[in-house]
Structures are given as C-alpha cells and as structure tokens.
Design a protein around this ligand. Structure first.
Ligand code: ACO
Length: 311
C-alpha cells in the first residue's frame, strides 16, 4: 500500500532551561498556576548561537545517523516550522547544506503551525511517490521564544524551543493512513508578520478546539483503517497542555498510559513536539519496531492532521 516505515529519529534541545519559577521574572505567575492549568514544569529557550536552524540541523544529523541510510538515499527534505530564522533561504535548505545532501531533490519549509510535522510527513510521502525516491528527512523545528511577548502571561509560559527529526522510507508493505483538516476562518491563534508582532491566542477557544479535534481525528483514523484502539500501541498527540490530553483520554475512554506525555519538560514546542516525542520514545526504548502508533497534531490556522503507521 506504499506506506511509510520509520527508520531513524533524532532531537535537539537548547541548553538554556527555564523552570516555572524563572518565568516569574517576566510576568505575574506562579509554578502552582502553570503546573495545575497546563502540566508544564519547564521549557528550553534558545540562547547565544542557538536557533531554529541549529536545532534542525542537529536533529536531522542524528536522525540520519540513526536510520543507517547513506545521505545519498535521502530524496526529500521538509522542515515544518513557523519560526524559521530567515525568510530565505528556508531552514530546509540550511539543513541540506549542513548535511551536504544530493542536489536533485525537493527541499522546502512547510507552515501549518503545530500540525506542521504531520502535514510534512504526508507531503514527503507524496514527494517520494512522485519522484520515485526511497527516503525522506522530515523535521519539526521551532524557536517559539522569538515569537513570544514575554510580558503576556497568557502565552509566554506555554511554549518552548526544540527540534525533532525523522527519516521515513517508502515501503510497499508498510501501513499508512492520513487525515487532515483546516478551518481558515478560525484564526484564534495568531503569530505576527515575521517577528514584528508577538503571538496572541484565545486560550479557551484553542482548548475547546483541541479537546474535540484529538478524539475526532483518532476516530476518523480508526474508521478509515478498520482498527480499534486496542490494536494501537501509542497515541502521540501534539504536546500543548496536560488537561487537553486528559480530556481527550476521557472522551475516548482509553487507558491514559497509551498517550505519551513529555510536555512537563519541554512545554509546547509547536511543530517540533511530535517528532521530539517519537525520538525520545525511541531512544528510551518505549517505542519499538513494529508498534502501531497514532499521531495527532493540531494548531493555529486552524489546522489539524492525524497519521497511523507502524514504526
Ligand atoms: N499565570 C497566572 N495567571 C494567569 C496566567 C499565568 N501564566 N495566564 C492567565 N492567567 C490568568 C488570566 O488572566 C485569568 O485571570 P482573570 O480571571 O483575573 O482574568 C485567569 O488566569 C484564568 O484564565 P483562563 O484563560 O480562564 O485560564 P484557563 O483555565 O482557560 O487556562 C490556558 C488558560 C492554559 C491558556 C488554557 O486555556 C489552554 O491551555 N488553552 C489552550 C492553549 C494551547 O494549548 N494553545 C496551543 C495549542 S495549538 C498550538 O500549539 C499552536
């Protein structure tokens, strides 16, 4: 069925770590408020010499090493990001240069906010099919800290910087299902034009959107594939808020352990959160070859997407 097989993963985090107490230097808030409303305990912010570019390159290099492929086998590079360092070149081009990849391949950035990584996975599959290539490097990389107004407590405590990367190979026998959606009339989370304005967000509307979108996306994937949640090993959602994940678990009526969570350590890293989770789970041995996973992303736009595959 021309699905995708996950061959390798990698992630990168900035060295500067800010716990919730550190956020009280910027806004009137508390560890207690942030922890109980979101589950977030700390986040990484880029410091000197760190950016979306450096994180993307580090994560990509690790994913390529982990895949065991030669770099000449990479037939496409897509970086999902809303916080690229430059308008041009794209972050993907900077990764292409750093890894000295082949010339004759499509390399570009993709913007779909926190759903971006999953949009990029499906776009990469389409590219591989169209060009007859074997494998794609798909990255989610964000320096969300540069989009934040550090005087706005409604947003600045929620986000963090990171990158995650994955190498996927086209495989005739591999499972793959994809669903996605867009509501362009619902701009309830808005980033300013290229760093001139900070991000703003209607938190409660985003919350309502997220807690209905995760279960409906999971249901849509199950219906499409004829599988049940018992046949799925992991559900890995975009890591925005502990309460969003808890509410989705309740609506779906599944054991909470099936939902991976790491947002306490990284906060919301937008397009990076799903590949970061994949890479961390693979590194720790939680995610093992042959397991079936559902990935669910949702974000500004509004955008959402879901993927089911075996890793
Ligand atoms: N510290 C202390 N108080 C705060 C903070 C803070 N950091 N932020 C807001 N408050 C205050 C508000 O000002 C408000 O005070 P008021 O009642 O005096 O006006 C009070 O806390 C309650 O605010 P609410 O907005 O009602 O708080 P809520 O329980 O809804 O939680 C939150 C807010 C955490 C933003 C929640 O709505 C949420 O998680 N929404 C989803 C946001 C999200 O995940 N966005 C990203 C997903 S999509 C993507 O990633 C692109």
């Amino acid at each position: 069925m021309n699905g995708l097989k996950l061959l390798g993963t990698g992630y990168a985090l900035p060295t500067r770590v800010l716990d919730n107490d550190a956020m009280t230097a910027y806004v009137e808030t508390s560890d207690e408020w942030i922890t109980t409303r979101t589950g977030i305990r700390q986040r990484h912010f880029c410091g000197e010499g760190e950016s979306t570019t450096t994180l993307a390159i580090e994560a990509a290099r690790k994913a390529l090493d982990d895949s065991g492929l030669d770099k000449s086998e990479i037939g496409c590079v897509i970086v999902a990001t809303s916080s690229g360092e430059y308008v041009m070149p794209s972050t993907a081009c900077l990764v292409h240069k750093a890894l000295a990849l082949r010339e004759d391949i499509p390399v570009f950035d993709l913007g779909a906010a926190c759903a971006g990584f999953l949009y990029a996975v499906d776009a990469a599959r389409a590219m591989l099919l169209a060009h007859g290539s074997r494998a794609a490097l798909v990255i989610g990389a964000e320096q969300m800290s540069q989009l934040l107004d550090m005087a706005d407590r409604n947003t600045c405590v929620l986000f963090g910087d990171a990158a995650g990367a994955a190498v996927f190979a086209l495989d005739e026998d591999a499972e793959y299902a994809y669903v996605c959606g867009t509501r362009g009339d619902m701009a309830i989370q808005v980033g300013g034009p290229r760093r001139t304005l900070p991000m703003t967000m209607e938190g409660q509307n985003v919350f309502r959107f997220a807690v209905s979108t995760i279960p409906s996306t999971v249901d849509e994937l199950l219906e499409k594939t004829g599988k049940t949640l018992d046949e799925v090993d992991w559900v890995i959602c975009h890591q925005a808020n502990q309460r969003i994940i808890d509410a989705s678990v309740r609506r779906l009526g599944v054991p909470a352990e099936k939902f991976y969570k790491n947002l306490d350590r990284y906060a919301n890293t937008s397009a990076a959160s799903i590949p970061l989770a994949l890479a961390e789970m693979k590194e720790s041995g939680k995610l093992t070859s042959g397991q079936r996973v559902i990935l669910v992303g949702f974000g500004g736009g509004l955008t959402w997407a879901g993927v089911m595959l075996r890793v």
